[in-house]
Design a protein around this ligand. Structure first.
Ligand code: ZN
Length: 190
């Protein structure tokens, strides 16, 4: 099926090239087709870590990791007086995230996991991964960010793997192209 689709598409491409060059003594190079997700500006998701207490630094590191891992969305601290898309609150429970839609919600940075020895930057980027639309992928290896606590206390990897990055790029690329994000709320209890 794939090859017949290609054959059908070919005459249209040839026609397009002819149309571009016809009437032009010197044909300027045609602009390359750009996928829709790359034409939209990266979406900014703002966060408020004022309630993150001793985890503010881990929150900033988790956000920086996502910012260097994907291009279709960027996490930035909310300006003072600005309503943030995401709030991060330190508490004494297990880390969890209440998603209220793609790119918004509340992260509860639970001390229980930190007290057990889990890495704070991995917790941060994992919970931010939920905000960016990723579900838990458990059980899983340390190379997976969304395997969360199932990778064990010794796992300190705070980076999303290729599949996790691609899923976030796809989600925010579709939003940039005009798709509507799935509605929340959804609680991720880890
Ligand atoms: Zn989780």
């Amino acid at each position: 099926m794939r090859s017949s689709k290609f054959v059908r598409a070919l005459p249209a491409a040839v026609t397009a090239v002819l149309a571009l060059t016809a009437g032009q003594a010197v044909a300027a190079p045609a602009p390359a087709a750009v996928p829709a997700e790359h034409t939209a500006a990266a979406r900014t998701v703002t966060y408020d870590a004022s309630g993150a207490a001793e985890f503010k630094d881990a929150v900033a590191k988790g956000a920086a990791i996502w910012n260097e891992s994907v291009v279709n969305v960027q996490l930035k601290p909310a300006a003072s007086g600005q309503q943030a898309n995401v709030r991060i609150i330190a508490d004494d429970g297990w880390p969890r995230t209440l998603s209220t839609g793609l790119g918004s919600g509340t992260i509860y940075f639970g001390r229980e996991a930190v007290d057990e020895g889990y890495n704070t930057v991995r917790i941060s980027s994992h919970e931010l991964g939920h905000i960016l639309g990723l579900p838990d992928m458990k059980p899983g290896p340390c190379s997976s960010l969304m395997s969360g606590s199932t990778a064990g206390v010794s796992c300190t990897n705070p980076y999303p793997n290729a599949d996790e990055k691609a899923e976030v790029e796809d989600s925010f690329g579709l939003v940039g192209a005009g798709a509507t994000a799935a509605a929340g709320p959804l609680m991720y209890r880890d």
